[in-house]
Design a protein around this ligand. Structure first.
Ligand SMILES: [Zn+2]
Length: 385
């Protein structure tokens, strides 16, 4: 299957020089809002300035917002063919060891629809303004995604199952072929197997990520194997929070998925204060992949549960954009000179004096007008600027 066929409603245009003028730019790591223009050359941001700019082929943003593209730091894509299956079952029956998720994946493999389903997800991801993701992949499925990888920074963390023959060799093979190892639960493996996974991942200098504290608190044991980051930290003790903070272990929160699985809500504010936090949408079976929906949920739930009215949208936007890339060892996509252009342009929809809050509070994926990934400009056939 042609990997770009799924995008027949988009234009992809390679451009050596790109100028976007008349924009509100969410600038740098501090997200200062600048009214002006942005110049991109050979895929890199070369100049951002206040005021107007001239250029024959300039893109007029019409006071729209230029911001860093989203990073979906934790997602399972293979189960996407089972949209909302088993929604009213407990989490163990949905995504546990013999859960419905594995039946869904096997079904899609056996009827050869898996690649089409995954590419459909990727289309949703890109169109909603995400240009980096980290996938936990349950089975060793390979897809032809070379063209897509030029647009999307797509990290795949694979896994193998406990008790498999030649376990160590299998781990080495995985680490050669993928970006790292994703552990679904530390209790899925024997102590010896966990040691092999941890040592070999470190040796290969690849990513080791672990689901931790999703249903019960296993953070203490997980941190013993020095993961690159943990996913969830939803149901954890004060002691575990302290350990995460002391070891500075980054955390990827999947608050909307946790709510969907009815397993609680992470202490978003506490974690944000203690370590680097990014956001993920988790299982495509249980949750859609739209980061606009994620940020609004996280923002409001964090404020509602903590009763902290000062908790801001800026923090949530950073979690959803530049923080994920830090955790995944990808170069920064803060909108500033010298960085690779990994940005989105949102239409000028609201007359707001607080753009960052308005993005999180009101914008949605249908407001994405343009996506720039390096030297590729992606626009929508159905939307004009
Ligand atoms: Zn997960």
């Amino acid at each position: 299957m042609n990997e770009l066929k799924i995008f027949n409603d988009l234009f992809f245009e390679k451009k050596k020089k790109i100028l976007i003028k008349n924009a509100k730019i969410v600038y740098g790591e501090d997200f200062e809002v600048v009214n002006g223009y942005i110049k991109i050359e050979d895929g890199k941001i070369t100049e951002i300035g206040e005021g107007s700019a001239r250029g024959a082929s300039a893109i007029d943003a019409k006071k729209g917002i230029v911001m860093p593209a989203f990073t979906n730091a934790h997602v399972h894509l293979l189960d996407c063919s089972g949209i909302d299956e088993g929604f009213y079952m407990p989490i163990e029956k949905r995504v546990g060891r013999n859960g419905i998720k594995f039946k869904v994946i096997e079904r899609a493999i056996s009827n050869s629809s898996i690649e089409r389903h995954v590419l459909k997800c990727i289309a949703e991801i890109i169109k909603s303004g995400t240009l980096a993701l980290c996938e936990f992949r349950e089975f060793g499925i390979k897809m032809k995604i070379e063209k897509l990888k030029r647009i999307l920074d797509w990290k795949v963390l694979a896994r193998t199952f406990s008790g498999e023959h030649d376990f160590k060799e299998k781990i080495k093979k995985i680490l050669k072929e993928y970006d790292g190892f994703g552990i679904s639960s530390i209790s899925d493996y024997t102590r010896e197997e966990i040691e092999i996974i941890s040592k070999e991942t470190e040796k290969a200098r690849k990513i080791l990520a672990v689901h931790a504290g999703e249903v019960s608190d296993d953070v203490k044991d997980v941190l013993k194997i020095n993961p690159s980051f943990i996913v969830h930290a939803t149901n954890i003790s004060e002691e575990s929070l302290k350990l995460i903070s002391e070891k500075k272990i980054p955390v990827v929160l999947c608050a909307r998925a946790n709510a969907s699985f009815a397993v609680g809500i992470p202490n978003i504010l506490n974690l944000y204060e203690k370590t680097t936090v990014a956001l993920g949408t988790d299982n495509a079976m249980a949750n859609n992949l739209d980061m606009f929906r994620e940020i609004e949920f996280v923002f409001k739930v964090a404020r509602g549960i903590s009763r902290d009215w000062s908790f801001g949208a800026e923090e949530v936007l950073k979690m959803a954009t530049i923080n994920g890339r830090k955790i995944l060892n990808l170069e920064s996509n803060a909108v500033e000179e010298g960085n690779k252009a990994k940005i989105i342009l949102l239409r000028n929809k609201y007359d707001s004096r607080d753009i960052l809050t308005t993005i999180v509070n009101r914008y949605s994926s249908c407001d994405v007008k343009l996506i720039v990934s390096g030297d590729v400009v992606i626009s929508f056939k159905s939307k004009s600027l």
